[in-house]
Write a protein that binds this ligand. Structure first.
Ligand code: 3PG
Length: 215
């Protein structure tokens, strides 16, 4: 089966912001601020009671943004997220049954892996795009280099501990196609409704990438 490309989805702005939202209004405002800063996809994580409502609202009100779901850990959540309108699916972990239920949706997917065995299991399902999570805690750039030298067919989106201090080091690796993270949508910025700073941090992140990659 030909799987839809996650890389193609984030090609224009290969930064995947991880949004942990407590209100629909915040989700809309944050998405607007990210878009103003040049980021056109958002991952809304299923770690708050309003996450599915946020996905629905961003999909309806901001067609210029591609909205996906994160922190999927079971197939029921996959179904609920797809019903809410999620356009891509991200999980922090890998199991064959979870990944299979994600594949069955026909949407671009990004399963989370951290070890050679998980990568091998994902490859067995035909997957070649993976989230390396939690990136910094599992060896960061050096860990990823070691994995990539063995699994040269895999492209990664490192997430977890990525920020302005190390984004250039990650993008220097050929094996990564994007990075994920929450630094530009940090809780205090959202609580302070500091939308302009969210836009600024997004712009800075996109500028860093542009110095290393053609977008
Ligand atoms: C998450 O799911 O919370 C992501 O891994 C974000 O990680 P970060 O907050 O370290 O960017």
């Amino acid at each position: 089966m030909l799987l839809p490309s996650f890389q193609a989805l984030v090609k224009g702005s290969p930064i995947l912001p991880v949004l942990h939202m407590e209100s629909v209004d915040d989700a809309i405002n944050v998405s607007r601020a990210l878009y103003a800063g040049g980021i056109d996809s958002v991952e809304i994580v299923l770690r708050s009671p309003v996450a599915l409502d946020c996905i629905r609202a961003v999909k309806e009100q901001m067609p210029e943004i591609t909205v996906g779901v994160g922190t999927l850990t079971n197939s029921l959540q996959v179904k609920e997220a797809v019903s809410a309108g999620a356009q891509f699916l991200v999980s922090p972990s890998f199991t064959k049954s979870l990944a299979s239920s994600m594949i069955d949706t026909g949407l671009p997917i990004l399963p989370g892996v951290a070890t050679p065995s998980e990568i091998t299991q994902a490859l067995e399902l035909g997957l070649t795009e993976m989230k390396f999570f939690p990136a910094e805690q599992y060896g960061g750039v050096n860990g990823l280099k070691a994995l990539s030298s063995v699994f040269s067919q895999v492209k990664f989106c490192p997430t977890g501990g990525v920020g302005p201090h190390n984004i250039n080091d990650y993008f220097a690796l050929e094996s990564i196609f994007a990075v994920g993270g929450s630094w530009m949508v940090a809780k205090d910025l959202v609580n302070q409704k500091n939308w302009s700073q969210i836009s600024r941090l997004s712009e800075q992140a996109i500028s860093s990438v542009k110095r290393l990659r053609e977008l």
